[in-house]
Design a protein around this ligand. Structure first.
Ligand SMILES: NC(=O)c1ccc[n+]([C@@H]2O[C@H](COP(=O)([O-])OP(=O)(O)OC[C@H]3O[C@@H](n4cnc5c(N)ncnc54)[C@H](O)[C@@H]3O)[C@@H](O)[C@H]2O)c1
Length: 358
């Protein structure tokens, strides 16, 4: 089978992983890159030996031999560029979050359906081996009926900046840690629970450290002079249509253990429980499964399990989906549902009341 010919749009932090994965993939030829930053463009062209490098992504989309693209751009550009790429006949792997709004995510899904091309949102945390193990534990019925779930991603000092200043602007990012980290937590939770529909949300958001210029990544004292317009902590209590509830919390900044950057996912069922506890991107010892044996509570830990790189696995799965004509595991419509939930969480926080989803 001929290799898939791929271009990467955006050559910033996350794009480095896309470029590296494509460059090493035996079923891919990496042919072009685009970034408005001359510096980032020169870096990518040099590092990956790319003769075709454009500051205008439309020139990349106009290349007839590019079959698929990764969209690794700031959030506000996801919908526009993805839809243009689909119209140009390209398959698209778009970084998370799908878009700034559910309406934009819906337009992306419609463009994918109309074009007949693959649209996959990069929900890479689904692809870690520890997460997949928990998925298999749930699917095997080991937890019984899961009625309570908790998902948390807390950082002590992880406000993006100064390089990614757009992260702090509402119009460019859509929000703070909820849309940045929480989107992964919500996706993982709903996926592990078998996609029950959220019915109502009660949420709160806070911006405590960002406006003071504190708790930015790597101790950077202040953002690049841009105003801090998003939350730095969000929490939400979500009722699901199967009767289960989901509690989600996420922060970029918090008075907690210095250096803390960890996510946890906890599923509690009527037959067992499972906890995924990933501290500072740990690779082993992240899963604990609970149950009863002979009437006594027991804990199991698959200690040999290596989590692996979810990002590399997700990008490779996109390549396989396109080459094999297979639909991606995460459908564009799941992206729409996620954005509806994120919008409801922000609305609940803003209006200080419970919000019901349609
Ligand atoms: N899946 C994950 O776990 C994960 C991790 C990090 C980031 N992301 C997502 O990836 C996206 C990019 O994040 P990042 O951290 O790489 O940001 P970044 O700021 O490091 O990179 C964005 C790049 O896009 C370029 N750019 C901006 N406008 C452009 C345009 N019109 N045309 C071409 N290039 C343009 C910028 O110059 C920059 O190099 C975000 O949506 C983010 O949420 C996902």
């Amino acid at each position: 089978m001929a290799p898939l010919r791929v271009g990467v749009i955006g050559a910033g932090t996350v794009a480095a992983g896309h470029l590296r994965t494509y460059a090493r993939h035996p079923g891919v030829t990496l042919v072009a890159v685009s970034d408005v930053s001359h510096e980032r463009l020169a870096w990518a062209a040099r590092e990956f030996d790319l003769a075709r490098a454009f500051t205008d992504y439309r020139q990349l989309l106009a290349l007839p031999d590019v079959q698929a693209v990764s969209v690794c751009l700031p959030n506000w550009l996801h919908a526009t560029v993805t839809i243009e790429a689909l119209h140009a006949g390209k398959h698209v792997l778009c970084e998370k979050p799908p878009a700034l709004t559910a309406a934009d995510a819906q337009r992306m899904a419609e463009a994918a359906a109309a074009s007949g091309r693959t649209l996959m949102i990069c929900f890479n945390y689904r692809y870690r081996n520890d997460t997949r193990f928990v998925k298999r534990v749930v699917a095997a019925g080991a937890l019984g009926s899961v009625y309570y779930a908790k998902a948390s991603w807390l950082r002590c000092a992880g406000i993006p900046g100064p390089q990614g200043c757009w992260f702090n602007r509402k119009a460019l990012a859509g929000g703070g840690p909820l849309i940045d980290l929480g989107v992964h937590l919500l996706d993982l939770s709903l996926w592990l629970l078998g996609h029950p529909r959220p019915r109502s949300v009660t949420a709160s958001t806070y911006a405590v450290f960002g406006p003071r210029g504190q708790h930015f990544f790597e101790g950077t004292p202040a953002p690049c002079g841009e105003p801090f317009e998003v939350e730095d902590l969000a929490s939400a209590f979500i009722r699901l249509d199967n009767g289960a509830t989901l509690l989600v919390e996420t922060s970029w900044a918090l008075h907690t253990t210095p250096g803390r950057d960890e996510y946890t996912l906890q599923l509690y069922g009527d037959r067992g429980g499972a906890e995924l506890d990933v501290r500072n991107y740990a690779q082993t010892g992240t899963v604990h499964v609970y149950g009863d044996m002979a009437g006594v509570p027991v804990e199991s830990t698959p200690s040999a399990l290596q989590a692996g790189s979810g990002h590399t696995a997700a990008i490779s799965d996109f390549v396989d989906c396109v080459r094999q004509g297979r639909a991606p595991a995460a459908s564009p419509q799941e992206g729409v549902a996620l954005m509806q939930l994120i919008e409801a969480i922000y609305r609940s926080a803003e209006e200080k009341r419970e919000v019901t989803l349609p």
